[in-house]
Structures are given as C-alpha cells and as structure tokens.
Design a protein. Structure first.
Lengths: 113, 112
C-alpha cells in the first residue's frame, strides 16, 4: 500500500524556471512532511519540512505549499539552477510512529543551462 | 561536525550469505533508523532504534535484524541474502523527540 504518491516521475526545466513537484498522502494521521534532495551515490539530504498547522513555508528558493483538506503538498523551486539537478523525495511521518518516514517514489529533476 | 557515517561503502555478496552493515550517528543523536532504497525507488523503512531498544519495524522478513550499542552506533544484519536484497541501505539519526532525520551516504549492497 503506497501511502505517499509523488508526481511527476521526471521533470525537465530551463535555468531560471520554476520546478514544481507534487505529493498526495492517504493517512490523515501524518503530521510532518519533509522534502529530501538526493544526488547520485549520496544519501538523502533534508531540504525543507512543514507541519499541517501552516499552509506554506519558504526557505530561500524552496517553498512548500500544503493543502490539508486535499491531503496534498508540493515543493516549488524558484529560479531553478543546474546544480538543483537531483532526485527529490517527499515524505511523511506521524508522531506516534516516532521518526519513521514514508517516502514517495521520487522525482528526477533536470535543470538545463 | 561529522555527519552520519556508514561502513562499508560498497559490498558484494552471493546468495545465501550473511551481511553486517554499520552506522555511527551524529554526536548527541540517540535514535537510529535503517532504510532500504532499491534503485529508482524511495527509501523503505526497516527499523528504528532508540536507547538500544527497537521502537519500530517495517514490513521486512525476519532475515533482517538490527541492534544498537551503548554508544548509539548500530548494526543491520541480513541473513540468507537474496538477489532482491540488492539495494542502497541508508542509516539516519535524529535527536530524541524530534522529527528531523539526517541520513548517511549509505552502503551499496550487491547480491550476485
């Protein structure tokens, strides 16, 4: 049972453009939603995270938008750069499960110069 | 500051063998979690340990086991390896009662 669905599977944008990756979850008990960035051969690195009590969180060029009623959240990368080319994963966890993360399938982002 | 470290970096085993993977958490982190990442997929939760006790187990067979030591480092053991166990095994650590997990670089296991 896939509890977190991520789309698109791959994304190509031009330098300076906006990259948008979407995730939908099923379990309403989830209360923590992080996004991770992973480069080939490396472990995932935390980018930004949000809790359901806010609808948007921005850190630099990265913004999470959260829609609790639709059970959806998205990552926006503004002014995308070639160095942003990586695989992005959304994830979710619930307080009662400790730090157990449920990940989406991943989006491979390519930013062309 | 040192991040999460894992050893070895790469490992090649044959079917039926046993493997032990090691993880050292960030200093001060008492919780360690293990994930399996098959190529092209998101990480899947295997175990969480906190204060040397198992606090969570994912949907993995009993061939998978783990433990945490007094210094909070951890080992993941896999017995009777199958071809399907080939994956990147990730370790993550976190502070007590926090959600943020920090991942290590992983151990790439290949089963032939």
């Amino acid at each position: 049972q896939q509890q977190v669905k991520q789309s698109p599977q791959s994304l190509i944008v031009q330098k300076g453009g906006i990259s948008i990756i979407n995730c939908a979850y099923e379990n309403t008990a989830f209360d923590y939603f992080p996004w991770y960035q992973q480069f080939p051969g490396k472990g995932p690195a935390l980018l930004i995270a949000i809790r359901p009590d806010v609808s948007e969180k921005k850190e630099g060029r990265f913004t999470i938008s959260f829609n609790k009623s639709a059970k959806q959240f998205s990552l926006h990368i503004m002014d995308s750069q070639p160095g942003d080319s990586a695989t992005y994963f959304c994830a979710a966890s619930k307080e009662t499960s400790g730090s157990r993360l449920t990940f989406g399938e991943g989006t491979q982002l390519t930013v062309n110069p | 500051d040192a991040g999460v470290t894992q050893s070895p970096t790469h490992l090649i085993k044959t079917r039926g063998q046993h493997v032990t993977l090691r993880c050292s958490p960030i200093s001060g982190h008492k919780s360690v979690s293990w994930y399996q990442q098959v190529l092209g997929q998101g990480p899947q939760f295997i175990f969480q340990y906190y204060e040397k006790e198992e606090r969570g187990r994912g949907n993995f067979p009993d061939r998978f086991s783990a433990r945490q030591f007094p210094n909070y480092s951890s080992e993941l053991n896999v017995n009777a390896l199958l071809l399907g166990d080939s994956a990147l095994y990730l370790c993550a650590s976190s502070l007590p009662h926090t959600d943020t997990q920090y991942f290590g670089p992983g151990t790439r296991l290949t089963v032939l």
